[in-house]
Write a protein that binds this ligand. Structure first.
Ligand code: TRP
Length: 344
């Protein structure tokens, strides 16, 4: 479903947020950052990317850490190619109107809808399994209300399309639900957003073949130094076939990662190499060389940016200024609609 796909002569608003969680890895890069940047380069799109630091506050309660992670994520987007002239890049907490809308939307959100949100349900299940009496143990209201804040992020900028990973689709459906409830009461004030499932059909495999994820401890950080990168590639799981034996590309973690970075010609050549037979050592060497060639420039840029936090902070403030031009105006409409402000 994508009724908001671009139409001739109209601009489409593409918006996405990422929660700062510390060092980004290749799963984040290939699954979220790269496809979102590709979308931002399409003609007829206006792109809005933000650092969801208030979402991170649900779990991160050390001030230095939250700020550092925000800067790291900002530097990551920029180092991976985000152009701040073209994309509005801002920090969620710099837009106070989001918080105002968050409250308003919460007054239109049935509690039962939040009971069904998957992050909350997962926490409840975890407590159940651990035999806890209090099933809400460790759940703060931020976690419980997470989807409402996310709806406010999206609806305040009238986003048409929201690129997200599969785990966020439920949140998009909740945002549409809430917007519809609001519109039923006040008319067509909120635009219903559509999700764009990130193109990576399969999840990026980690070192052990499971989805690359911090919780599995199987990640390759994007900006890892070459020596460490090489060591991590060497740890990727393969099998014990001898070098001369033909190798299957299906199910090979090394091949899948090679596919993520290689040109079609390179991938084809690697497919033939697999069929002919090759040692895992030389596949790993080739994969490392390919990744390193892609990541050398972003790595250097990331380092430069992080060494200049003042620049990152200024850039975020400039982004917030552009974003607020829209959010302030939109909130006037919302306030009028609900009878807080204006001519009712
Ligand atoms: N929940 C998203 C995640 O964890 C981050 C996010 C917050 C977001 N607000 C958003 C994504 C709005 C898209 C749109 O990845």
């Amino acid at each position: 479903m994508d009724e908001n796909a671009p139409k001739p002569n109209t601009k489409t608003t593409v918006l996405t947020g990422v929660k700062p969680t510390g060092q980004s890895h290749l799963g984040n890069y290939l699954g979220a950052i790269r496809p979102a940047l590709a979308l931002s380069n399409e003609p007829q799109t206006e792109t809005w990317f933000f650092v969801a630091d208030y979402h991170a506050l649900i779990g991160v309660h050390e001030p230095g850490k939250l700020l550092q992670m925000t800067r790291e994520l900002t530097a990551t987007w920029l180092a991976c190619g985000l152009n701040p002239e073209k994309t509005v890049l801002y920090r969620q907490s710099d837009i106070p109107e989001i918080m105002e809308l968050n409250w308003i939307l919460s007054c239109f959100t049935p509690k039962g809808l939040m009971n069904r949100a998957h992050a909350y349900k997962a926490k409840i299940q975890e407590n159940e399994l651990a035999g806890k009496d209090d099933l809400d143990f460790g759940v703060n209201m931020g976690l419980y209300n997470y989807p409402i804040l996310m709806a406010a992020d999206i609806l305040i900028f009238s986003a048409d399309r929201v690129p997200v990973g599969e785990d966020q689709i439920q949140h998009l459906e909740i945002a549409r639900d809430i917007a519809q409830k609001f519109n039923r009461q006040y008319g067509n004030v909120m635009k219903l957003p559509n999700y764009v499932m990130q193109k990576m059909g399969k999840n990026v495999p980690g070192l052990d073949g499971r989805k690359m994820s911090k919780s599995y401890d199987n990640v390759i950080p994007i900006f890892e130094e070459p020596a460490r990168l090489k060591k991590l590639v060497a740890r990727i799981k393969s099998d014990s076939l001898p070098p001369e034996a033909p190798k299957a590309v299906e199910g090979s973690i090394l091949f899948e990662l090679y596919e993520c970075f290689g040109s079609p010609d390179q991938v084809e050549a690697m497919r033939e190499t697999f069929a002919r037979g090759v040692s895992w050592g030389s596949v790993k060497e080739e994969l490392f060389q390919l990744m390193d060639a892609h990541l050398t420039a972003p790595r250097a840029q990331y380092k430069r940016l992080l060494a200049d936090p003042g620049y990152l902070d200024t850039l975020l403030k400039q982004g917030a200024q552009k974003a607020r031009a829209k959010s302030v105006a939109y909130m006037q409409t919302v306030r009028k609609a609900i009878g807080i402000d204006g001519n009712h």
